[in-house]
Ligand binder design. Sequence first.
Ligand code: NAP
Length: 247
Amino acid sequence: MILNDKIALVTGASRGIGRAIALSLAKAGAFVYVNYSASADEADKTVSLIEEQGGRGQKTGFNVATPADVEGAVQTILDEKGKIDILVNNAGIARDTLLMRLKEEDLDAVFAVNLKGIFHCTRAVIKSMIKNRQGKIVNISSVVGEMGNAGQSVYSATKAGIIGFTRSVARELAPRGITANVVSPGFIITEMTEGLPDSVREAYLKDIPLGRFGGPDDIASMVLFLCSDQSSYVTGQVFRVNGGMYM
Ligand code: NAP
């Protein structure tokens, strides 16, 4: 139980990669706050799965794009538990389209959740981490933020932005005993990728040397390492979990 007595907050943990991360941190002993914005029932399911495996957790609903809601939810956690040791910024959305067709509201929505959301959550949580002179922050980027992809200019820009943000925060917070790292997933089977046409999926598969798509657990195991003391000398780094799709 390498995360015994740790309090973790995982954004976007009502399904997909975030759910797998929440389960993995809870299995390692952390009390996990399971964030969601719309899918309360799915967040309940994540909490049930945590409890079924003998772990502890609770849902917390807020929109990462709304700073006042983030601040309020973080304060509630601090009132309940007195600290937050681990923050995993996982919540993300995609509104993919060619740049020529991009609508302003989609541009704003993706930036608000994927990038500004990470600013809001990190800013709210670090007060407690700084006070305790310890903390682990893991931000979920994407292979698309590193190599680009036609039709994903906005998503890609936000995911690249996460890398710059993390490196700056890692430098800012290192003297306070806090680490900040990025996990950059490749093609992972979740609701986000399920809707893609077979032709697109087959094209991706050809570019993956390990010859398979990833699963949420592939990402969760890297996140667990970065949230544990086994990674205490690691900060400001980008960890690619992509089957070799981008090296
Ligand atoms: P997903 O299945 O679509 O799940 C997204 C999660 O984010 C849901 O729990 C959703 O909860 C939450 N969320 C969305 N907007 C939110 C908001 N405004 N505030 C709080 N929570 C919000 O996505 P996924 O595939 O698991 O992806 C998780 C992360 O990995 C994302 O950042 C994504 O960009 C990244 N990623 C995924 C892949 C992939 O191949 N799947 C590859 C690279 C990177 P609600 O339904 O409650 O809103």
